[in-house]
Design a protein around this ligand. Structure first.
Ligand code: B12
Length: 216
């Protein structure tokens, strides 16, 4: 068991849209909130950077291409300010993989010793490709992330890195190959999960956000 000193920052990356902007909706990053809830409940310091909500901007990349969320410059500043040991990056949609990749590269530019973890549906189905594509990701968490992320953080915290391969639900680089640990079974006792870390979010702001999907 670690001494709970590692600090984790969970990031929801920006999103790119190739057509009409009206499809974008600001929604609550529930997956990150569950992962944060688990780390928080075990005494770990965890922070959230929801780039789709905090200091939200819309930037035109070129005609008909918009990027939604905090600018990459400001994301870099935020990461430096928060000074994390571990950065978890959400990958809910394969179509947004480029943005998750860009965030991971920024993290490694700041300090290559910061551990980067990608999780979410895209990471769950494309872990091997993602880890092969760029060394800016150290770990992929496959499927439900609460216990896998907790066990990874505990293991990194304890510095007992040999036991990483005993954590189910992970993929990582090992001797130049992508190594998968055994699958983690689904959480069947949902009541045992800590609540999402709502206290780390400005919930009033989320609940009052104009959701285009609701207005569609
Ligand atoms: C609600 C929902 C939406 C909502 C809100 C999305 C949002 N902001 O989260 C809306 C309606 C906006 C939406 C839209 C779309 N969606 Co949708 N959506 C879902 C749905 C039904 C639930 C997501 C959710 O909240 N799950 C509950 C949370 C708790 O689970 P989770 O996010 O997966 O997180 C867990 C793990 O993944 C992991 N995890 C997640 N993040 C991280 C981060 C780290 C660091 C770690 C360690 C772990 C981790 O741990 C979490 C806890 O166990 C899923 C299907 C599903 N059943 O999950 C599809 C799903 C995410 N959507 C999908 C798709 C394709 C889309 C659209 C592209 C559809 C379209 N053609 O328009 C759009 C894209 C919108 C966009 N902005 O780009 C796909 C994504 C597949 C993929 N590989 O891309 C999914 C998986 C459905 C499917 N099976 O096809 N969607």
């Amino acid at each position: 068991m670690g001494n709970r000193k590692l600090k984790t920052l969970l990031i929801n990356p920006p999103q790119t849209y190739y057509q009409d902007s009206t499809k974008f909706s600001k929604s609550f990053p529930l997956g990150l909130a569950f992962v944060a809830g688990m780390l928080d409940s075990k005494g770990y310091h965890v922070e959230i950077l929801d780039t789709l909500f905090d200091s939200f901007e819309v930037n035109n990349l070129e005609k008909d291409i918009k990027i939604y969320g905090m600018s990459y410059n400001n994301i870099k500043k935020e990461i430096i300010k928060r000074d994390p040991d571990i950065v978890g990056i959400a990958a809910p949609f394969t179509a947004q993989a480029e943005n998750a990749l860009r965030v991971s590269k920024i993290v490694k530019e700041i300090n290559e010793n910061i551990i980067t973890v990608i999780g979410g549906p895209d990471a769950s189905v494309r872990a091997e490709k993602i880890l092969k594509q760029s060394k800016s990701f150290d770990f992929a968490v496959i499927r439900e992330g609460e216990y896998t992320m907790l066990e990874l953080v505990e293991t990194l915290d304890s510095n007992n890195l040999e036991i990483i391969e005993q954590i189910p639900g992970l993929a990582y680089r090992k001797n130049g190959n992508i190594h998968f640990t055994p699958n983690r079974s689904f959480n069947h006792e949902l009541d045992d999960l800590p609540l999402p870390a709502y206290h780390l979010f400005d919930m009033d702001a989320y609940l009052n956000a104009n959701d285009e999907h609701l207005n569609a």
